[in-house]
Design a protein around this ligand. Structure first.
Ligand code: IPD
Ligand code: CA
Ligand code: CA
Length: 264
């Protein structure tokens, strides 16, 4: 095992560990409001994050883990974790829910895992080593982005539902995206949206206002599956949360859409 695959293996263990807690809890869990409207947390988010933190701390005590629910500082190298991505889906019993664990080094994710506890899918990537899907008891399959032309592309997205002030910016891009692509999807768990791009299920993805814990592992999956990931200006700052991702041909369209509709 190379050093980076040792970390992706640990990310996988941690994501499965958190996912076990999410799956056993099932749905019907009550949620408390956090900060922005539509931002919810449940005791399951917190329990998953605690379990992941304990496991990562036990194996890599020198690497900090800022988590969505409990915060914490970053460093040159740090774990970043979304213990339950898609909390609204979880509360409503919609199974598009993920657990995302990534190791970031000098600002770039280098190892990561996205696990879907209700779907039984586990996506793992290590920089330079590829991206893989484990499903049921079948041998892992290597991920590759799709080669569909833009006119046949089905592209995932997420709405800026917590930041209505961004609606004019987002809706301008959405309108052109609907004209450009065959269709769009909004499942509601960003880490899974990205995993579906890496596996060629979706042909691209765009969203504003995500957080590093939403995108770190999924963005790495896409890069290791042959896709392109940037921010909305085409720059490398996608970990901050404005993200365009897809196979090269769809990413180029997304970048054209994002830049041509930016009137501000
Ligand atoms: C949310 C989901 C959703 C995205 C939101 C995220 P959470 O994560 O990924 O798809 O649109 O912006 O915050 O809050 O359920 O972990
Ligand atoms: Ca999230
Ligand atoms: Ca979350």
């Amino acid at each position: 095992m190379t050093p980076v695959t040792a970390f992706s293996d640990l990310a996988r263990r941690a994501a499965l560990h958190g996912g076990e807690i999410v799956r056993e809890a099932g749905s019907g869990v009550s949620a408390q409001a956090k900060g922005l409207p539509g931002d919810w947390v449940t005791e399951v988010d917190v329990a998953s994050e605690r379990a992941i933190r304990e496991l990562l701390h036990e194996v890599t005590p020198g690497i900090p883990m800022p988590g969505e629910e409990s915060g914490g500082a970053t460093a040159d190298r740090y774990w970043v974790v979304d213990p339950l991505d898609g909390t609204t889906n979880f509360v409503h019993g919609f199974p598009a829910v993920g657990v995302s664990v990534a190791l970031v080094e000098e600002g770039r994710p280098v190892a990561g895992c996205v696990h879907a506890p209700f779907l039984g899918d586990t996506y793992v990537a290590a920089r330079g080593e590829g991206a893989w899907l484990e499903r049921d008891d079948e041998p892992p399959t290597r991920l590759g982005v799709s080669d569909r032309p833009s006119a046949q592309a089905v592209v995932g997205t997420g709405f800026p539902f917590r930041r209505k002030g961004s609606l004019p910016r987002y809706l301008a891009a959405l309108a052109v995206a609907l004209e450009t692509f065959e269709d769009l999807r909004r499942p509601g768990a960003a880490c899974l949206d990205l995993a579906w791009v890496a596996s060629g299920v979706f042909d691209g993805f765009f969203e504003l206002h995500l957080a590093p814990w939403d995108v770190a592992a999924g963005g790495l999956l896409i890069e290791e599956a042959g896709g392109v990931v940037t921010d909305w200006t085409g720059g490398p700052g996608w970990l901050e949360g404005a993200i365009l991702a897809g196979p090269p041909q769809v990413h180029a369209e997304l970048l054209r859409i994002a830049t041509s509709t930016d009137l501000g």
